[in-house]
Each structure stands twice: as structure tokens, then as C-alpha cells.
Write a protein that binds this ligand. Structure first.
Ligand code: 0JX
Ligand code: SF4
Length: 315
């Protein structure tokens, strides 16, 4: 038997599921128990194929728009949030709907409404086309919110009333990029109204900080997550900015052992929508080729949990 070469594996913590993802998945599972299958889900409940496939096997049907949900069946809205028009339409059609929007995303929705009520124009820092951005824009009347994606956008924005602005952000952004955009906004518009707390959520910042803590010790780093998962993509960027080559993979079958040829220390983390079972799958697959020396590097402890919607609490 040939001996396996050694490899040090630094596993970041916190990683993987956040409280909003846990809650969203439980909502779909409980809805299936309560109503019986099928339960429709508008958009991937979280951006992870394994999670979606597992729920499909239990009786969930995933669609992109409410129009695709037949009359008389329950529908769940994804963790990323929806424009106001979506629950309004569901009500109009008499559909039973359950909102799995993360409470931290809903908090941003409410702040957006409040800023509009206060008569301020909102600069929303986020990524164009992302469902959370679409959902947050859908909380306020058209023309009251402008998307800012980059420092350049912040530098070139020409407001009608520079003294009547506020900004809000998507929850899953790069902490560092956002700080640079916010700094540009504060410099250009000293009276701009800032959100009370951070809009970037605890899970996003903790996962980025954990990657930062290990990246410089690693020759390469894998992030387990989906290509449409904003928070997972940000983790790849964090590692790369520390000078560590990093890749996003969904599952163990995407591991590239050629890429690992000269790697002595590998970093590993998982986005907020990636289940721990996939971390174990990846570790086991790497372990089939290398003698692994695993080290978990914990930079924060998380204890956040969110209440379930009424009617779905455990019996
Ligand atoms: O693309 P995102 O990071 O916003 O979503 P994902 O990967 O499904 O993560 C969990 C849901 C996050 C909502 O804020
Ligand atoms: Fe909520 Fe943050 Fe998780 Fe998004 S990443 S679901 S905002 S806790």
C-alpha cells in the first residue's frame, strides 16, 4: 500500500449554515409536514443545490415566480426576501404563504420603508440582479432608491438633494469593499443618514473574518458554496485578497487534485447556505489522497437563532 502524503487542513469556524438559513429550511420542512406535499417554494430557499435537492425529495417544488404556483397550494418565499408585490399577489389569489425571509433581511426592508417615510433618497449598496436586492428595491416606490455597486458609483452619483440621503446595504457583501464605498459616501455627503447597526449580517462578517484569520497560513483555500451564493463568493475574494489562491466548489466531485499538487496547507470553509455534510464529504475525499492533519480555527462563536413563523413552531 502506498503511503499518502501529509497535508495540513485548516478549517475555518464559523462556517456554513447561519441562523437565517436554518430557519428557512425548517420552514419548508414544517410546511410540508403541516400541509402535506407538494409545497411550492419561490426561488431556491437558499442558494445551495444539495439543500434544494433534499427538500425536493421531501415534496418541495421550486419555481422562480408566483405565477408558476397553482391555486390552492401553499408557497414559501426564500430567505433572500421578496418585493412587497409578491405577498400582495399571493393574498389576492388566496394562497397560503409562508415567508422564510431572514429576519435580518426584513430588518433592512423596514429601514428602507422608514427612510422613504422620512423623505430621504436611499443609496442601496448591493449587487445588481441579486434576489435580495430585487426584494429590497421592491419595498419602496420606484425612484426612491439607487443601486450603488462600487466606489466609482458612489463617486459619480449626482443626487437631486445631497442633504437628504441615506444608505442601506445588502446583508452578504464584502465587509472591506462596503467600508470603502461607505467612506466615499460619507466624504461626498457628510449629512448622509447611516443605518443604526451594520446591515451586513453577523454571519457574513464572521465567515469573512474567519477566512482572513487562516488565509495567510494556507497555500490554497476551498470555499464550499454555490456560484450564485453572494456570501460564498465573498469568501473566495477575501482569501484571494490575502494573496491565497481560492476556489469555490459545490461538492467533493469538483475537487481539483492537480491544483493541490504543491499545497502543504489547505484552508477550507463553507458559505452560509452550505451544509456541514458537504464539508465532511470534501474532507473525506481529500483524506482519501492525503494524510490529513486537521485543525479547526475558531475566530468567533455564534449563538443566533430566529423564531419560526406562527403556526410552524414545533408541536
Ligand atoms: O446569495 P446569498 O449569499 O445572499 O444567499 P445564500 O447563499 O442562499 O445564503 C443564505 C441566504 C442569505 C440571505 O441573506
Ligand atoms: Fe440572514 Fe445573514 Fe444568513 Fe442572510 S447570511 S440568511 S442575512 S443570517
Amino acid at each position: 500500500m502506498t503511503s499518502r502524503p501529509p497535508m495540513k487542513l485548516l478549517i475555518a469556524a464559523p462556517r456554513g449554515f447561519c441562523a437565517g438559513v436554518d430557519r428557512a429550511i425548517i420552514i419548508v420542512e414544517r410546511a410540508i409536514e403541516k400541509y402535506g406535499p407538494p409545497v411550492y417554494v419561490r426561488h431556491e430557499i437558499v442558494h445551495n443545490k444539495y439543500v434544494v435537492d433534499t427538500l425536493k425529495a421531501k415534496g418541495a417544488i421550486f419555481v422562480e415566480e408566483l405565477d408558476q404556483v397553482p391555486d390552492g397550494v401553499p408557497v414559501v418565499f426564500s430567505a433572500h426576501g421578496v418585493p412587497k408585490a409578491v405577498p400582495a399577489k399571493a393574498e389576492e389569489r388566496g394562497l397560503d404563504y409562508l415567508d422564510a425571509t431572514c429576519p435580518l433581511v426584513s430588518k433592512v426592508h423596514r429601514q428602507a420603508e422608514r427612510q422613504v417615510q422620512a423623505g430621504r433618497h436611499i443609496l442601496f449598496i448591493g449587487h445588481k440582479g441579486h434576489p435580495e436586492v430585487v426584494g429590497t428595491f421592491g419595498q419602496v416606490p420606484e425612484g426612491t432608491m439607487t443601486l450603488i455597486e462600487t466606489v466609482e458609483d458612489a463617486e459619480s452619483f449626482a443626487p437631486a438633494d445631497p442633504d437628504n440621503l441615506s444608505f442601506l446595504t445588502q446583508t452578504t457583501l464584502s465587509v472591506d469593499d462596503t467600508a470603502a464605498i461607505v467612506a466615499a459616501l460619507h466624504r461626498r455627503f457628510p449629512t448622509i443618514h447611516a443605518p443604526k447597526g451594520e446591515d451586513i449580517c453577523y454571519a457574513t462578517s464572521n465567515r469573512q473574518a474567519a477566512v482572513k484569520a487562516i488565509a495567510s497560513r494556507c497555500d490554497a483555500l476551498y470555499v464550499i458554496g454555490a456560484p450564485n451564493s453572494s456570501n460564498s463568493l465573498r469568501l473566495v475574494e477575501v482569501a484571494e485578497r490575502e494573496g491565497t489562491p481560492a476556489r469555490l466548489i459545490q461538492r467533493a466531485d469538483e475537487l481539483d487534485f492537480d491544483w493541490l499538487a504543491n499545497v502543504r496547507t489547505l484552508g477550507l470553509t463553507a458559505g452560509a447556505s452550505a451544509p456541514e455534510i458537504l464539508v465532511r464529504e470534501v474532507v473525506d475525499r481529500i483524506g482519501s489522497r492525503y494524510e490529513l492533519i486537521e485543525e479547526q480555527v475558531e475566530t468567533a462563536q455564534e449563538s443566533m437563532s430566529f423564531k419560526l413563523p406562527r403556526g410552524l413552531e414545533a408541536a
